[in-house]
Design a protein. Structure first.
Length: 127
């Protein structure tokens, strides 16, 4: 499994946890989130290292963050380097030792959330 898949599933779990749902589904969503937390933290730390490497910085050497939480690149080469290394980071293999959760078919879920969670939660399956 790739690190980017973990990040996408974690994001889907975070989005779903804002909605009221039956206990079994809520439990499955939270368990997935907990299982993926360390992988997402690793990804965030590595992305910050890439930002330090490729971002435009102010006179004190700090990254020039935008209001949206992004940053401008130093130059076109930095942009290409960041994109290349970020893509490789997302394709990092992670241990596939996750416990697959089972939950009833949700009343509503976005296709993006369903796709992100398909390796972690079996909806409507036996549990």
């Amino acid at each position: 499994m790739y690190l980017i898949e973990c990040a996408n599933a974690y994001l889907a779990a975070v989005q779903l946890q804002q909605k009221e749902m039956d206990y079994q589904t809520a439990f499955a969503v939270i368990m997935v989130k907990k299982q993926l937390q360390s992988h997402v933290e690793f990804l965030q730390n590595e992305e910050l290292k890439l930002a330090e490497k490729y971002a435009e910085k102010d006179e004190k050497g700090n990254i020039k963050w935008t209001e949206r939480g992004t940053f401008p690149y130093r130059d076109a080469d930095a942009a290409a380097g960041y994109q290349r290394e970020r893509r490789a980071l997302g394709m990092t293999q992670v241990e596939d030792d996750f416990t697959v959760q089972h939950a009833p078919v949700p009343e509503k879920i976005t296709p993006m959330q369903l796709e992100a969670l398909e390796k972690f939660i079996v909806f409507g399956g036996e549990g």
